[in-house]
Design a protein. Structure first.
Length: 236
């Protein structure tokens, strides 16, 4: 049994949700919403941690991609694969390769997990306000909020499909698209591909960038929506 321990200081860099909490305290004091559950504040803390993890992962991914760009300067004709020709796989530093794969996998996992936490957060807050919502449909509610705000949710589908695959069915492989040498793109494959006609079998670095942009925009839209819900709540 643990009888003595040390907590580490936990100060969150990402301040998402603070404006919501401020509005909640005001509405609770005025009797316009019920007191939020401990679960809500646990979800709030978990979201803050996940957002910090995502920011850290983005820095690590950026660094790994910069290092990879130096490695691929050694690409020669013999390493190039086409529909008609087999090439020789290019050796890159194993630590760099594994770090990149770990961080790609973690990036998808953390954003997907954060979206699921947002669903729990929405449920607890809606319940306190008096908005009826099915606990099993919070993901659909999140998507609805974004659609109402005219936000593109295509990134969410790519995220969901990719994360589910890498959790249950496989691990990521990487290759490099050099079709346009001025705009090379990392390919994250779901299997060892010899053809890229089926876009469901891979995603790219550009897709990860779009996921990050879509997620960043969405968390701001979600915060604005929830602040509006709390501030417009009527006296109970």
């Amino acid at each position: 049994m643990i009888e003595k321990w040390v907590h580490f200081e936990c100060i969150f860099r990402n301040k998402w949700g603070l404006r919501i909490i401020t509005e909640i305290h005001k509405a609770t004091k005025e009797g316009r919403i019920a007191t939020l559950s401990d679960d809500f504040y646990d979800f709030s803390m978990s979201i803050a941690i996940r957002l910090d993890l995502i920011d850290r992962l983005l820095k690590r991914l950026t660094n790994s991609i910069q290092l990879l760009s130096k490695e691929i300067m050694n690409v020669s004709e013999e390493h190039i694969f086409t529909q008609d020709k087999e090439g020789y796989a290019l050796f890159i530093n194993d630590d760099l390769k594994l770090d990149l794969l770990i961080d790609i996998d973690a990036f998808l996992f953390e954003i997907n997990s954060c979206c699921e936490l947002f669903g729990q957060y929405i449920y607890e807050l809606y319940t306190a306000i008096g908005i009826s919502i099915n606990k099993d449909r919070t993901g659909q509610e999140l998507a609805r909020i974004l659609r109402v705000a005219s936000s593109d949710t295509a990134w969410f589908r790519i995220l969901d499909e990719s994360r589910n695959f890498f959790i249950h069915n496989g691990a990521p492989y990487i290759a490099l698209d050099i079709t346009d040498e001025k705009n090379m793109n990392i390919i994250i494959m779901k299997e060892n591909l010899k053809s890229f006609e089926d876009s469901k079998k891979y995603i790219t670095l550009h897709d990860l960038v779009n996921i990050r942009k879509g997620f960043k925009k969405s968390i701001q839209l979600l915060q604005d929506h929830l602040i509006t819900c709390v501030s417009s709540a009527s006296k109970r």
